[in-house]
Design a protein around this ligand. Structure first.
Ligand code: SAM
Length: 263
């Protein structure tokens, strides 16, 4: 290699791309987003995440959501919020409890020129957000919560159109039709691995001490129905698309009925 050829690469090594530097200054990314040719999480343990998931979910969501409103709960680096904005959503609100992730989402949104709102807020506080949304995205959060069903009950109150729900699942993926009631002395069904169940993690799972409750498939689906949703599709093993179930709600939400003592 001639000396003149070596100059540009030496120069490039000394002057990192400012965008690459900004990405790196925001810490470890969980979402791998392509920001002008730079991958934000190229070494993610799940591969090109969440593209690997989105590939299966995307066809189950309208390609054109022009004018729609979207609430993305636990939005992280903003991957799903940005995807919905790219599909034409008029308003996308991403919430998360983590400043680092929110700042990553802000950088991604700015860099891609896609305007989304980002707010530090917990899922437990969604009821304080005015109105309902055409799409509520609640992905990858349930199993991180100590009060998962309480959170889901609150999330449901925000669903005007569809809920896109994802959770890690473990245990049986079999789904059976169960009876609507059992005698007090019947216990055999609880030993069936496909009975709806949640695994409680007292310490840590996958080096993450916020993985508290991991449902099997039957429990994930049962909780969705029990919170007042109808399952419309199941585009991949951990994801469900649901709509509000007008039949069981009668204008009231199940957690309000529990709190009122009217269940
Ligand atoms: C496994 S990541 C999932 C991110 C993204 N929704 C996805 O599916 O790729 C979990 C996200 O939920 C956020 N989170 C955890 N507890 C939360 C809470 N109580 N309210 C809102 N977000 C929460 C975390 O900060 C993190 O960004």
């Amino acid at each position: 290699m001639s000396p003149s050829q070596s100059i540009p690469s030496t120069y490039a090594a000394r002057t990192p791309d400012p965008l690459a530097q900004q990405i790196s200054e925001l810490g470890d990314w969980f979402h791998n987003i392509d920001l002008r040719g730079i991958q934000t999480a190229p070494n993610h343990f799940l591969g090109d995440f969440p593209n690997v998931k989105w590939r299966h979910i995307a066809p189950a969501i309208p390609q054109d959501v022009s004018g729609a409103t979207v609430l993305d709960i636990g939005c992280n680096g903003g991957f799903y919020s940005l995807q919905m904005k790219m599909r034409g959503a008029s308003r996308v609100l991403g919430i998360d409890i983590c400043d680092r992730y929110l700042n990553q989402a802000r950088l991604a949104s700015r860099t891609l020129g896609l305007e989304i709102e980002l707010e530090k807020r917990s899922v437990y506080e969604v009821e304080e957000i005015a109105g309902q949304f055409d799409f509520v995205i609640f992905m990858g959060v349930l199993y991180h919560l100590r009060y998962p069903l309480y959170a889901l009950d609150k999330v449901v109150t925000k669903v005007g159109g569809k809920l896109i729900f994802q959770t890690m699942i473990r245990g049986s993926e079999e789904v059976k039709a169960w009876e609507s009631n059992y005698d007090f002395w019947r216990k055999d069904m609880f030993a069936d691995p496909s009975w709806p169940q949640m695994y409680f993690v007292e310490q840590s799972y996958s080096n993450d001490q916020t993985n508290w409750w991991i449902p099997n498939r039957a429990a994930a689906e049962a909780m969705l129905r029990s919170s007042g949703l109808e399952i419309e599709s199941h585009p991949e093993s951990e994801t469900w698309i649901c709509t509000p179930d007008g039949r069981s709600r009668e204008g009231r939400f199940v957690h309000q009925m529990e709190l009122d003592g009217t269940l």
